[in-house]
Design a protein. Structure first.
Length: 503
């Protein structure tokens, strides 16, 4: 049980693209909030520190915790030297979304058939590809998905022992219901295989159209079967193994129509029609025959040049970008389940850029809201006033030689009170190394004030109990916790800290 993901397909990425791919993968994991947790023990206290993903000297990165989901999952790993990505259980929230985006990056790079999958189902490239285009500045499209026959073969042969190796649901997953862009003879063939061709007998068919040629082929095969009787498939295979020259010069009257049709119809059409006529499993036959039959047909152009051009544009259009806050937004059936009465009417919590201020770098990747800006300006003024007071305004608590111990005790108390509030590793050691400076001491004094001021609103965290992963996000992301979490993020983001707090 659980949610698993993978890239299903052979992975080959040319060497010259390895460095770019690796850097993009690390950016996906970083912007997606993937973390390692590092434990430190000081003064009889144990603290967990957040450490954003980074490559080891060996070119590996291991991670299991997501900053936004605030939950650990089974270990996932990326190896830069071999471009190998590995994951186990991933869940269905932020951690899982980022893992699936990582697998989608493989799909965008690898040219041969293969797909990002979740629990054995092909995922929608528009959602994950849209986020990749946003954070990576890429122009990924769905064009690989429109190699319909090649992709269908790969899927069907992977599930060849199933009763229905390639179903309509798999076709829809493959092209994300973009049937208009997928239109053409390959789509028609797949639909005929899935639904059969019985409607061709009653439909009004335009002479010379693809349905008409398929129907003529079906009628010719029915006649051929009556001649061959029990040796129908044996004789059909023999015919389909002929090269174009032999089929063009055919003198067998029983093969006249079939030979003429074979000059422009793919061999697969003959096989799926024969399988339908004789009630046999097409994909099993095709897996055995596909490398034995002819592939020298010269297809007719059934669509106008205008329509072909339009389809090409549809297939190659760049997937629209999706901002990170929107990509990581959670709104499933259990996201706000059992929201307590005291939080109802306050609106549901959705991730915003205000929760991503650790990633603020001055670009529009993280856009600070007016409310967030006003709050930080207020905190900045409070910090400045604390700085102007004797001993950095810290009273008896943070002015003496026990500053480091008091700092650690405070962090531990905050985590115990508000749950899962962890400082970033870089911020933690930065404050310890600069423990004698007034601006750092004032910042910790302000942190203690925020801790005390928000306790009443933060009491709602009691509903999380031991069921953090199942409780409403309105509880775990209550405004009191967010204030503490956001403040610690600002302290860890040196560029933002400098902008508002001038140190």
């Amino acid at each position: 049980m659980g949610t698993f993901a993978c890239y299903a397909g052979r992975i080959y990425i040319s060497k010259e693209k390895w460095n770019c791919f690796g850097q993009q993968m690390m950016k996906i994991l970083n912007y997606g909030g993937m973390m390692q947790l590092e434990q430190v023990s000081l003064f009889d206290r144990k603290l967990l520190l957040l450490n954003p993903v980074e490559l080891s000297k060996e070119g590996d990165v291991n991670f299991w915790y997501n900053y936004f989901e605030e939950r650990s999952w089974e270990n996932a790993k990326f190896n830069m030297n071999g471009l190998v990505f590995y994951s186990e259980k991933i869940g269905s929230c932020e951690f899982g979304d980022v893992i699936l985006a990582a697998y989608m990056l493989y799909e965008m790079y690898v040219e041969t058939p293969g797909f990002a999958e979740c629990n054995g189902e092909i995922i929608d490239p528009r959602f994950y590809g849209g986020w990749l285009n946003h954070i990576l500045g890429t122009e990924f499209s769905m064009k690989k998905r429109y190699n319909l026959w090649e992709n269908a073969e790969y899927i069907a042969f992977s599930e060849i022992d199933h009763d229905d190796p390639f179903s309509i649901s798999e076709l829809k997953n493959l092209i994300s219901d973009e049937f208009e862009a997928a239109g053409g003879t390959e789509l028609a063939d797949l639909l005929y295989i899935i639904y059969g061709t019985k409607t061709l007998e009653t439909d009004h068919i335009i002479p010379g159209s693809y349905p008409d040629d398929v129907y003529q082929c079906k009628k010719a095969l029915i006649s051929f079967r009556e001649i061959c009787r029990d040796n129908f498939f044996e004789h059909l295979l023999h015919f389909l193994q002929m090269n174009r020259n032999k089929r063009e010069k055919n003198t067998d009257i029983d093969l006249d129509v079939l030979a003429e049709l074979s000059l422009f119809l793919p061999a697969r059409v003959f096989v799926y029609l024969a399988a339908e006529i004789d009630h046999k499993p097409f994909w099993k036959i095709w897996e055995e025959w596909k490398d034995k039959v002819y592939h020298d047909e010269q297809m007719k152009q059934y669509a106008s040049e205008k329509l072909q051009k339009q389809r090409k544009e549809w297939r190659e259009r760049i997937i629209p970008e999706i901002r990170t806050s929107e990509f990581l937004r959670q709104d499933s059936w259990f996201t706000f389940r059992d929201t307590p009465e005291e939080l109802k009417g306050k609106g549901n919590y959705y991730l915003s850029d205000d929760d991503r201020i650790f990633w603020w770098d001055g670009t529009d990747e993280v856009i600070i809201s007016d409310d967030m800006n006003a709050w930080l300006m207020e905190l900045s003024n409070r910090h400045r006033r604390l700085m102007d007071l004797p001993d950095a305004g810290c009273g008896n608590k943070f002015k003496g030689p026990d500053f480091i111990e008091d700092f650690i005790i405070l962090l531990d108390e905050i985590c115990d009170c508000y749950k899962r509030i962890y400082p970033f590793k870089t911020m933690f050691y930065d404050f310890i190394q600069n423990s004698g400076k007034r601006e750092y001491r004032a910042a910790i004094a302000l942190l203690k004030m925020l801790y005390e001021e928000n306790k009443e609103e933060g009491k709602v965290i009691k509903y999380a109990g031991w069921e953090w992963d199942w409780v409403s996000k309105n509880v775990t992301q209550n405004i009191a916790r967010l204030r503490l979490k956001r403040y610690l993020s600002v302290m860890a983001n040196v560029k933002m800290r400098k902008k508002y707090f001038d140190f």
